[in-house]
Design a protein around this ligand. Structure first.
Ligand SMILES: [Ca+2]
Ligand SMILES: [Ca+2]
Ligand SMILES: [Ca+2]
Ligand SMILES: [Ca+2]
Length: 339
C-alpha cells in the first residue's frame, strides 16, 4: 500500500533523474564517466594520504582519521535493502541480519544498503574502504525490496526489530544504539511515527536522509519522512567544496549536513561503487554518532534545539562547521558534521 523510495540516486545530478525519483522510481547507477571524482585533481586541506579513506570521511575527520578508533561495542541498525553479508570489507562487523519484509533473506541484491553500511563501518584492513567507525557492530535489517521500494509497515517492523536486537527483548545490552535510515517518502502513516517515538523514548539515536527532492532553493521546503519527524536527525548532502547538493532537501527540519556527492563505498557482490544522494550523507552522521557513543559512552539523544555537548544531538550541533548563512539554516542545518 504505502511505498518508500530509497532516498538516493546513484551518481547523479541530472534533472530527469531527480524527477523520476520524486515519482517513486529508483534510479540505478550511471556510467562511471559521470562520477567526476576520478579526474578531480584539486587538493583539499582536509585530504589525508590514506587510500583506504573515502573523501567524505576525510572531510569529517579533517584528515585525522588514524588513531581515533576505539573498540567499544556500539550497535547500529541499518534499515535498508539488506547488506551483502559476505562482503570482505563488512562481514567481520555484521553482528546480526534479519529480513523485515517477510522474504526471509537479508542479503542485499540491490547494492544500496551495502553502500550505506560501508560508510558507517567498513573494516580497517588496508584494502577497499574504511567506515566512520571501523569497529562498529552492524545490524542488517532489510526493510526495502530488491528494487529499493518498501512497505511502511515493514519499516515499522524493522524499527521494532532494532529496538529489541537479536535476542528479541527490549531493555538490554543488545538493543540497537543507533538506527540509520537512508530512505523516505513524502508522507508516512502514524504507525511509522509511533515506532520512531518508541525507539526515541528508549534512547536510541535515529538518523535519516533528508531526501533528494531538493529544487536548489533553500527558501522552499521539501518534506520527507521519517527525516522530518522531530525525533529524527535529518541529514542533507554536501560536495567536496562544502556546497549543499542541488538535490538535497531543504526545510525547517534539516538538522545537519554531511558528504553525499560522489561517495565511494562497498557495493553488492563484494564490489565497490560511487553513488550520490542524501542516502550517502546519512551514514556519515550515523557512523559519527556511533563513534561518539564509543568514545564518550551513552548520552541522552537530545532534541533539535540542543546546543550543549551533553546530548548526542547537541554534540553534533555544537561541533558542526557552520556553512551558508550564519547559524542554523534550512540547507545545512547546524552545519557540516565534524569529528
Ligand atoms: Ca577496508
Ligand atoms: Ca535486546
Ligand atoms: Ca528547497
Ligand atoms: Ca549556517
Amino acid at each position: 500500500m504505502f511505498f518508500l523510495v530509497v532516498a538516493a540516486f546513484p551518481i547523479v545530478t541530472n534533472a530527469m533523474a531527480l524527477n523520476s525519483g520524486r515519482d517513486g522510481f529508483v534510479i540505478y547507477p550511471g556510467p562511471p564517466s559521470w562520477l567526476g571524482g576520478g579526474d578531480d585533481t584539486t587538493t583539499y586541506p582536509w585530504q589525508d594520504d590514506d587510500p583506504e579513506t573515502p573523501w567524505g570521511i576525510e572531510r569529517v575527520f579533517n584528515g585525522n582519521y588514524d588513531g581515533d578508533q576505539p573498540t567499544t561495542s556500539v550497535q547500529v541498525a541499518i534499515l535498508d535493502t539488506g547488506i551483502d553479508l559476505d562482503h570482505p570489507d563488512l562481514a567481520p562487523n555484521i553482528a546480526w541480519a534479519v529480513d523485515a519484509t517477510g522474504g526471509g533473506n537479508p542479503n542485499d541484491v540491490n547494492g544500496h544498503g551495502t553502500h550505506v553500511a560501508g560508510t558507517i563501518g567498513a573494516i580497517r584492513d588496508n584494502a577497499g574502504v574504511v567506515g566512520m567507525y571501523a569497529n562498529v557492530d552492524i545490524y542488517a535489517i532489510k526493510v526495502l525490496g530488491n528494487g529499493g521500494r518498501g512497505d511502511w509497515g515493514d519499516l515499522a517492523t524493522g524499527i521494532y526489530l532494532a529496538c529489541a536486537g537479536p535476542d528479541g527483548v527490549e531493555g538490554n545490552a543488545d538493543d540497537a544504539d543507533v538506527i540509520s535510515m537512508s530512505l523516505g517518502g513524502s508522507s508516512a502513516p502514524q504507525e511509522v511515527h509511533d515506532a520512531i517515538i518508541h525507539a526515541y523514548n528508549m534512547g536510541i539515536v535515529i538518523v535519516a536522509a533528508a531526501g533528494n527532492e531538493g529544487d536548489g532553493d533553500p527558501s522552499t521546503e521539501e518534506i520527507s519522512y521519517p527525516a522530518a519527524y522531530a525525533e529524527v536527525i535529518a541529514v542533507g548532502a554536501t560536495d567536496k567544496d562544502d556546497s549543499i547538493a542541488s538535490f538535497s532537501n531543504t526545510g525547517s527540519y534539516l538538522e545537519v549536513a554531511a558528504p553525499g556527492v560522489s561517495i565511494y563505498s562497498t557495493y553488492k557482490n563484494g564490489g565497490y561503487d560511487t553513488l550520490s544522494g542524501t542516502s550517502m550523507a546519512c551514514p556519515h552522521v550515523t557512523g559519527l554518532v556511533a563513534l561518539i557513543i564509543a568514545i564518550n559512552g551513552k548520552m541522552p539523544v537530545g532534541t533539535f534545539d540542543d546546543t550543549g555537548t551533553d546530548t548526542i544531538r547537541g554534540y553534533l550541533h555544537s561541533t558542526a562547521l557552520d556553512l551558508g548563512p550564519s547559524g542554523w539554516d534550512p540547507a545545512y542545518g547546524y552545519g557540516l558534521i565534524q569529528r
